[in-house]
Design a protein around this ligand. Structure first.
Ligand SMILES: Cc1cc2nc3c(=O)[nH]c(=O)nc-3n(C[C@H](O)[C@H](O)[C@H](O)COP(=O)(O)O)c2cc1C
Length: 173
């Protein structure tokens, strides 16, 4: 078991940052693509695994956006966005949305969400949201969304664990 002591200073060197990433990566997650419109109505989207449900009544979710991301203007208070929960067949979609590109949406089947936000067809679930609040914390911004509509279908979720895409295999009871 590796132990990284973070109590002294901020982690500056690349090796310690790698170790912290590796430790965080032990927490397996699902994979989402957050889609939205920039103020000039250009489509934007990014792969996100920091998504979590937050509240049932009212329905709220949150996720974290890297501070300084070119997508930041899309997530001001009151703006609409969609959380697309990816299925195992959408590994390529995850790869596409985790790299900068002129049009990440080219050739993808889309549906219209709140305020015209694109929703990715074929996702396991999608939550159409409006930004309730944002909180800057460290090098990320927490985006809190109120859920206006939820869709979901049948299928298997895409899992991300220790830097790899996986499927969720059921263990014997
Ligand atoms: C599995 C996975 C999860 C990710 N989760 C997040 C996240 O929670 N927040 C974030 O800001 N970036 C996250 N990223 C990185 C962004 O997808 C990546 O920086 C993307 O290029 C951002 O889009 P942009 O360059 O158009 O801003 C994740 C990437 C991967 C592969």
């Amino acid at each position: 078991m590796t132990r990284l002591n973070l109590s002294r200073d901020a982690i500056g060197d690349a090796a310690s940052q790698r170790q912290l990433r590796d430790a965080f990566g032990r927490f397996a997650t699902g994979v989402t693509v957050i889609t939205a419109l920039l103020p000039d109505r250009r489509r934007t989207g990014l792969t996100v695994n920091s998504f979590t449900s937050l509240s049932l009544e009212p329905a709220m979710i949150l996720w974290n956006l890297r501070a300084g991301s070119p997508s930041e203007p899309a997530f001001g208070k009151g703006r609409a966005f969609a959380v697309n929960v990816l299925a195992t067949a959408q590994q390529e979609v995850s790869q596409r949305f985790c790299r900068p590109a002129d049009d990440k949406f080219a050739g993808l089947a889309l549906e219209d969400g709140v305020d015209g936000v694109p929703v990715l067809t074929g996702s396991l679930a999608a939550f159409e949201c409006r930004v309730e609040d944002t909180v800057t914390c460290g090098d990320h911004r927490i985006v809190i969304g109120r859920v206006l509509a939820a869709r979901y279908g049948e299928g298997e979720p895409l899992i991300y664990s220790q830097g790899r895409y996986c499927t969720a295999a059921q263990l014997a009871a």
